[in-house]
Design a protein around this ligand. Structure first.
Ligand code: HEM
Length: 205
């Protein structure tokens, strides 16, 4: 499992793709991102203190978010498939179709809102790889099963992020387009945070 290399520096000018729009997105979502660092589930994964039942609850919640998000954003169901395989590895008691779905995902049928929403999904992969390492104790070193989602694209994460930033750089410069992009990101982060707030209530026992 290669999770180390190729992470871009969030604060640096990575390659000229650092746009003012990206800075606006980062500033607009900094508080919610910081709060998510302190989310009990993510923090416990990062600290390698999470137990199996709690981790499964977290993955159940993530599945419920991404299954809805991918439909709303019209993207391939890659993350939900990774999460489904993780749930299978973790021993989900109920069938996948019975897993509750996030009802808060905003409408993302407009291209600019979708681009903003993808900032959240693509950006979360940067931290995800760090979180994957925190699961060594729970799942076993070098074991992929159960953390496929957090591993994500592995060593290709940086490249995927740069591709996303290139799309962002190509966005129209009109203020109205930027406002839509930022709204898509802010609303998606808000939906995610709200949904993750109730993560332990999905307990699978
Ligand atoms: C404990 C949980 C998390 C950790 C440790 C974490 C960590 C990171 C790291 C290391 C980066 C990359 C560069 C840096 O800041 O040095 C990053 C970027 C980012 N993360 Fe997180 N993250 C976490 C949770 C999340 C979640 C849950 C989301 C969204 C659902 C998210 C969205 C983002 C975004 C959008 C960026 C890109 C920011 C930018 O550079 O424009 N993160 N995160």
């Amino acid at each position: 499992m290669d999770q180390q290399a190729d992470l871009p520096d969030r604060r640096g000018d990575d390659d000229g793709a650092e746009t003012s729009l990206r800075r606006v997105l980062r500033v607009a979502t900094q508080d919610v991102h910081d709060r998510l660092h302190r989310h009990a589930g993510f923090a416990a994964v990062q600290d390698a203190t999470i137990g199996r039942a709690a981790y499964r609850d977290l993955v159940v919640r993530l599945y419920g978010f991404y299954a809805t998000f991918e439909v709303a954003a019209a993207v391939a169901p890659v993350r939900s498939a990774w999460l489904a395989s993780d749930l299978e590895a973790l021993g989900l008691a109920r069938p996948l179709h019975a897993v509750p779905r996030c009802p808060h995902v905003p409408r993302l049928d407009a291209a600019h809102r979708r681009l903003g929403a993808l900032y959240v999904a693509e950006g979360s992969a940067l931290g995800g790889r760090e979180l994957a390492r925190g699961l060594d104790r729970l799942l076993g070193r070098d074991v992929t099963a159960g953390r496929r989602f957090f591993i994500g694209r592995g060593a290709q994460t940086g490249e995927a992020w740069r591709n996303y930033l290139a799309q962002l750089s190509a966005a129209p410069r009109e203020t109205s387009a930027h406002a839509e992009i930022v709204a898509g990101a802010v609303e998606t982060f808000a939906a995610f945070e709200r949904w993750l707030d109730g993560w332990t209530t999905s307990s699978e026992g």
